[in-house]
Ligand binder design. Structure first.
Ligand SMILES: Nc1ncnc2c1ncn2[C@@H]1O[C@H](COP(=O)(O)OP(=O)(O)O)[C@@H](O)[C@H]1O
Ligand SMILES: [Mg+2]
Length: 255
């Protein structure tokens, strides 16, 4: 469904992706694991068209979408739930959802309302808080809103960048249940996670990204969870007594 071929990307002189090859099969859950600073967010942003790659191609449903504008990529069926949730804090829940459908506004308002009803069925807690400002929701509710907003674009491929980051264990379980439900209902998922234990439970296929390159690709069970976790958190280099690689910002975030 999604074919990434030799993608390289950089911020000025900082090379974040050094030739990434990866594919996401339709209907499944593909996970991307890797230490902070490996380039996971950069890859998601590049696929979403928010960052132009220096080299390589991105194909989606047999079309080349490399260099396409973000709005065009959303229209083709790819939606991104960004890292750190990034809901519009000063807009209420309902307004955030309408914003998620903005590419369709002007076409059929009744359809947008139908989709809002649909996501409210999936997330009853958001319906209860429909008029609440998004910035005052709990972390878990904001994450649900971020997912719901992405669903308003009716994606065929939903990309999620660290949806469980900073959430309490019970909320993390809920988020993973939502991911499984969405997938069961036909949405293909491409998931970036730091929580390798949870990710390996839902993934059909996973990739390890280290220093801007894929270092392993396989099915859960092909590497021991211990080894995956060691590499996903620390990077292979560090596990072999090299000095710690750049671990990104102290709070573990980027961008
Ligand atoms: N806006 C930016 N400007 C400069 N460098 C950046 C920026 N965003 C990320 N980087 C750098 O690019 C590399 C990859 O970052 P990122 O894709 O955020 O990694 P991950 O999501 O795997 O933690 C890191 O070295 C990071 O410091
Ligand atoms: Mg990231």
């Amino acid at each position: 469904m999604l074919e990434i071929d030799g993608i390289a990307a950089a911020y000025g002189n900082i090379e974040a992706l050094r030739g990434v090859d990866l594919s996401v099969e339709e209907g499944g859950i593909t996970c991307l694991l890797g230490p902070n600073g490996a380039g996971k967010t950069t890859l998601m942003m590049t696929i979403a068209g928010l960052l132009k790659p220096r080299r390589g191609t991105i194909g989606f449903l047999d079309r080349d979408i490399t260099g396409m504008r973000p709005s065009g990529i959303v229209r083709r069926g790819i939606a991104l739930v960004p890292e750190n949730r990034l809901v519009f804090p000063d807009m209420n829940v309902h307004e955030n959802l309408v914003a998620g459908a903005y590419l369709r506004l002007g076409k059929r308002k009744s359809q947008v309302q139908q989709d809002i009803d649909h996501v409210f069925e999936r997330f009853p807690r958001l319906q209860e808080r429909s008029k609440q400002m998004a910035g005052t929701l709990s972390g878990g509710e904001q994450q649900m809103l971020a997912v719901a907003r992405a669903l308003m674009a009716r994606p065929r491929l939903l990309m999620m960048d660290e949806p469980s980051l900073g959430l309490a264990p019970l909320v993390v379980e809920e988020i993973f249940r939502i991911i499984s439900d969405l997938n069961a209902d036909g949405t293909t998922i491409f998931l970036v996670e730091q929580n390798a234990h949870m990710a390996l439970q839902v993934a059909d296929h996973f990739y390890l990204l280290e220093q801007g390159q894929v270092s392993f690709s396989g099915k859960p069970g092909q590497l021991s969870e211990h080894e995956v976790i060691q590499r996903a958190y620390l990077g292979k280099g560090q596990a072999r007594n090299q000095p710690a690689p750049d671990q990104g910002r102290p709070d573990g975030t980027a961008l």
